[in-house]
Design a protein around this ligand. Structure first.
Ligand SMILES: Nc1nc2c(ncn2[C@@H]2O[C@H](COP(=O)(O)OP(=O)(O)O)[C@@H](O)[C@H]2O)c(=O)[nH]1
Ligand SMILES: [Mg+2]
Length: 360
């Protein structure tokens, strides 16, 4: 039963063009019919450039597909959209579960759409395949934003490695920008490596924190604090306000201990209450200030170039790895080498050299 509903939701997510569906013999005829009416890559590009959300969603579904022909089509679309991309502010938002990311994005997104901005919300959550429910939960927290015609919300692609999700999200950013979205928000849960991936694809990185959660002074997740361009202490309301004010002082003090950022931007600490819409405007003003400063200094442009170079290398690594491990001869030989290692007949290094030599 669980499996059946999973299958159903997978089909739904794939916009009716998934691989599973093609294997369902009873509907092959219907699919053939449907395929005929599938828009071409050029059709989709033309519609995306007009800001058509349905076309945008379809193209993203192609990016997320495992089907090679879909991926080829996706690549054609991305290439055509590329000259129209790059014109947005990309904001990464991270924080532990429950800190209020979804509530914040709802308030922040509404604040921006009220100024006639077009906001796309994407997520990087490699675990979302395990916790499908969280997407639904988030959508109900973003009830107003979901309905907003100037907002586009797309959950993280499921069933992917972090590398896979990150690549797909980067490609999705390009399509969203081509569709006229001027503010791209990328949300991730502050656990594991996903925030590093988000940091490497955004202009501005916002960390949401809670007051009194105990890690202010211990330097927990020092790396994340170091990446942040702003720390917003959320839930600064009611009984929590006093604690939040204290936490702000502590964070400001702690931030002084970090080396100055390459951007020459001084990270800011702010209080906010996503629930009561307090401090949201201030956070936007900080982001605007950052964009002005780093655009004028040339840092922003250079950062995006560096990020592109980084992703080029990442993509090559992913593809080489994928091609290597998916090769049937390698798969077979790998098993044999593992057995030899277990029997102490070879070393991991010799086995690696041998396997790599097969692939040349
Ligand atoms: N008091 C208060 N509660 C908040 C605030 N922001 C979020 N919450 C609550 O915290 C809980 C978790 O919020 P959610 O946005 O789902 O967090 P996420 O897991 O980080 O996406 C919900 O019950 C929210 O209503 C806030 O600013 N103040
Ligand atoms: Mg959430």
């Amino acid at each position: 039963m669980a499996k059946a509903s999973k299958h159903k939701s997978a089909l739904k997510e794939q916009d009716g063009v998934s691989q599973q569906e093609t294997t369902n013999t009873s509907s092959i005829k219907a699919i053939k019919q449907k395929r005929k009416s599938q828009p071409t890559a050029n059709d989709l590009v033309a519609e995306i450039l007009k800001g058509n959300i349905t076309a945008l969603s379809r193209a993203i579904t192609l990016i997320e597909s495992k089907n090679t022909s879909h991926l080829e089509k996706a690549n054609t679309i991305i290439k055509a959209c590329l000259p129209h991309a790059n014109q947005s502010i990309r904001i990464g938002i991270t924080g532990v579960p429950g800190v209020g990311k979804s509530t914040f994005i709802e308030a922040f997104g509404k604040h921006l759409t009220a100024q006639n901005k077009k906001v796309a919300v994407l997520a990087i959550d490699p675990s979302s395949s395990l916790t499908k429910g969280s997407i639904l939960g988030d959508k109900t927290r973003m009830e107003d934003l979901v309905k907003d015609k100037n907002a586009f919300i797309r959950p993280s692609p499921s069933g992917e490695s972090l590398g896979g999700v990150a690549r797909k999200t980067r490609e999705t950013i390009i399509l969203c920008e081509a569709a006229g979205f001027d503010t791209i928000i990328i949300e991730t849960v502050g656990v594991g490596q996903s925030e590093t991936a988000v940091h490497s694809m955004v202009d501005f990185f916002l960390l949401l924190k809670l007051a009194g959660a105990g890690d202010e002074l211990q330097g927990i997740k020092r790396g994340i604090i170091e990446m942040a361009d702003a720390i917003a202490i959320n839930k600064a309301d009611g009984d929590n306000l006093k604690k939040a004010k204290l936490a702000k002082v502590e964070f400001n003090r702690a931030l002084h201990l970090y080396p100055k950022k390459e951007s020459s931007w001084n990270p800011k600490v702010i209080l906010c209450s996503a629930l009561h819409n307090d401090g949201i405007d201030d956070i936007w003003k900080i982001i605007e200030e950052y964009i002005v400063l780093t655009s004028e200094s040339g840092y922003l442009n250079q950062k995006r170039k560096d990020q592109n170079a980084f992703w080029l290398i990442q993509t090559i690594e992913e593809q080489l790895k994928g091609a290597f491990f998916n090769d049937s001869k390698i798969k077979e030989e790998l098993q044999k080498q593992i057995q030899l290692i277990e029997a102490d007949k070879t070393t991991p290094f010799a086995a690696a050299d041998y396997l790599l030599s097969l692939n040349k």
